[in-house]
Design a protein around this ligand. Structure first.
Ligand code: AHR
Length: 639
């Protein structure tokens, strides 16, 4: 029989039913305990407009140096106001621009002020409390109250409203709670309004609106997105990039010292993905995020190369950057009585965070100056002298020692490939030289279109991948897991996308300001990362209609069999397990199966999701029907 994976265009020769032979007598290696993790950076509005729950866009009026973008004058009835950026009334020596609001006419019935449209709408939900805070001052003589509200786009419907205090002529901080009623609709067709009821001039800075956050943490995260990440059971979080670490220029790199402490001292910075970051998501927030997920940071330190080709010369020029990295490590993991550990304690976390891996740069194979060897040596010598137990990751794309006494512990490999390429190369690490350095696959993803992820022509496609891509992803992950004695960590990239603001596709999790959803690839990843043992068992399939990986949980006596069928036909897979005394007759199966073109979206968030079933007649040799276009995890139980 000739089985054609129609949508994939792959011809799979399956002359007989495939057989999977599992050798349970002798484990083939240990599964890396850190195998499944996450990679993150500010791209696709991952934090601002995403995980970082702030709802006001351009809250510090720094997004654009000429216009208060995302802010408009608000006026009702005869009320009238004009707004403009003002550098004569700085909030402090970091945030040097404020918003001047001239109220030329206003009364209790005809208020005037400013409105913000948020990240594609302010999300209104019933019975919800929002935390509002802002810095404000008024011209002398103004004694009006400020009212904050969330109103419909046309201003006709008020969803929540609170009258605040009177303003004074000095900068002061104000905070109030806004509550929607139980009958409020669920809608993002809304805006935030700050208004007054008498004429005058006022200045605003750091206008902030937070919905309920994860565990009600201040400056916190969107619970729906964070929960989806926790459900992936990640063991690490690679941050802050990616290109976001490097910046377009040295000046616009992720300069971690500017991202810590109170938010009124975070100026933010331009990101390489075409928009400005508030840095509300700063180093401490990344670390808290790790802690919330019970994952460890894989900290990428800026290593002197930026995307537009600038590099810092190794030697004295690079030394301040090396020192920054040492300080950063101390901030993350140093004792609370060290200089930077004390800063961390001041920022609310006296206990050091666990830290084992440091990545030096990102994709430094792009640095055509050839400076990476010497830069890596300079960083690694300094880091190893102070922190000999940290494992160092090189971002060069092929093995090289970099220099004397500077052998990287791991290399970070990146793969953005078509589904076909992943299927063809799923055994990439099967023949990897076991004496070579370990591998961190720090970015990977299958794209189902012919456009590579960064190609704007993919703009017509949904931001998240379809089932076909998930099949490529799962076959690839099976290869990584089979080889997790050398591939010690891996993570899909990018992780997050606001569906209204993407720069890259495909992405694992999509959202707008109201809700979020996981792509089929998200579910494939979740199935893999939540069902993994500690031992690799050799599992050999005799043809390429099914891809497999087998691990065993030695404590629970469970054998996890992962099966990926990318073809359009079901496969009668003969499974033979050698070296077990016996198996319980029933097993559990979790299966993600769908038309290859099917996908999830904001409007159909759970069209493609895994389904749990029980399998009977399980024996050391049995037949399992693997559904067409499917990813399956079987849990077999040793007797
Ligand atoms: O994941 C998107 C980008 O792809 C990353 O920022 C970069 O490291 C890679 O080129």
């Amino acid at each position: 029989m000739l089985s054609v994976a129609a949508a994939l265009g792959i011809v799979v020769q399956a002359s007989a039913a495939p057989t999977l032979v599992i050798d349970a007598a002798k484990p083939a290696g240990k599964v890396s305990p850190t195998l499944y993790g996450l990679m993150t950076e500010e791209i696709n509005y991952s934090y601002d407009g995403g995980l970082y729950a702030e709802l006001i866009r351009n809250r510090a009026f720094l997004d654009n140096s000429k216009d208060p973008v995302h802010w408009t004058a608000f006026q009702q009835g005869n009320g009238a106001a004009t707004i403009a950026l003002d550098s004569d009334q700085p909030l402090n020596d970091v945030i040097k621009t404020s918003l001047r609001v001239n109220i030329t006419a206003a009364s209790a019935h005809a208020p005037a002020g400013v409105a913000n449209d948020g990240y594609w709408g302010i999300p209104v939900k019933p019975s919800t409390a929002y935390h509002v805070s802002f810095m404000a001052k008024a011209a002398r003589g103004f004694s009006g109250h400020v009212t904050v509200s969330i109103v419909s786009d046309d201003g006709a419907t008020v969803y929540a409203k609170t009258r605040g205090s009177r303003l004074s002529s000095d900068w002061k901080s104000y905070s109030v709670t806004l509550k929607t009623g139980k009958d409020a609709p669920a809608t993002a067709k809304a805006k935030f309004v700050l208004s007054v009821d008498q004429p005058g001039t006022l200045w605003l800075s750091l206008v902030s609106l937070f919905p309920p956050t994860w565990e009600n943490q201040p400056n916190g995260f969107r619970p729906d997105i964070l929960q989806k990440l926790i459900d992936l059971n990640p063991k690490f979080l690679r941050f802050p990039g990616g290109n976001y670490l490097e910046g377009d220029t040295v000046e616009t790199r992720f300069d971690w010292k500017k991202t810590i402490g109170p938010i009124d001292h975070r100026i933010g910075h331009p990101s390489p993905w075409g928009y400005r970051s508030t840095d509300g998501m700063g180093l401490m927030e990344f670390l808290r995020w790790c802690e919330d997920m019970n994952a460890e940071p894989v900290l990428a330190v800026y290593a002197g190369y930026s995307l537009k080709g600038q590099h810092v010369n190794p030697g004295p020029d690079l030394q301040p950057f090396v020192q920054d990295a040492l300080d950063e490590i101390e901030y993350v993991a140093g004792p609370a009585n060290s200089k930077w550990g004390a800063e961390r304690a001041k920022d609310g976390h006296a206990k050091p965070f666990p830290l084992h891996y440091i990545e030096i740069g990102n994709e430094d194979w792009f640095d055509k100056s050839g400076s990476y060897d010497a830069r890596f040596v300079q960083f690694s010598q300094a880091i190893r002298a102070k922190y000999p137990n940290l494992k160092l990751i090189s971002t060069y794309d092929s093995y090289r020692p970099h220099g004397p006494n500077a052998k990287p512990d791991l290399f970070d490999d990146h793969y953005y490939r078509t589904v076909d390429e992943f299927l063809k190369d799923a055994g990439h690490y099967d023949k990897y030289d076991r004496s070579a350095p370990k591998i961190f696959v720090g970015e990977w993803a299958a794209h189902e279109s012919s456009f590579p992820p960064w190609d704007r022509r993919s703009g017509a496609l949904p931001p998240t991948p379809n089932m076909r891509a998930a099949l490529g992803d799962a076959a690839w992950m099976a290869g990584l897991e089979r080889n997790s004695d050398v591939v010690v960590m891996h993570c899909y990239a990018p992780l997050l996308v606001n569906i209204n603001g993407r720069q890259w596709r495909p992405d694992l999790i999509g959202y707008d300001s109201m809700t979020s959803y996981g792509s089929p690839s998200y579910y494939a990843f979740r199935m893999f990362s939540t069902h993994v043992g500690d031992e690799i068992l050799k599992g050999t399939v005799d043809n390429d209609s099914v891809f497999a990986s087998v691990t065993r949980d030695t404590k629970k006596g469970i054998i996890y069999v992962k099966l990926v069928n990318p073809t359009a036909d079901s496969q009668q897979l003969q499974i033979r397990i050698d070296g077990v005394d016996g198996l319980k007759g029933t097993a559990e199966a979790e299966t993600l199966a769908a038309d290859p073109e099917a996908t999830n979206s904001i409007s159909e968030p759970t069209k493609v999701v895994p389904v749990d079933t029980r399998v009977s007649d399980v024996k050391p040799s049995f037949t399992y029907t693997v559904a067409p276009s499917s990813v399956t995890v079987l849990q077999l139980h040793a007797k």
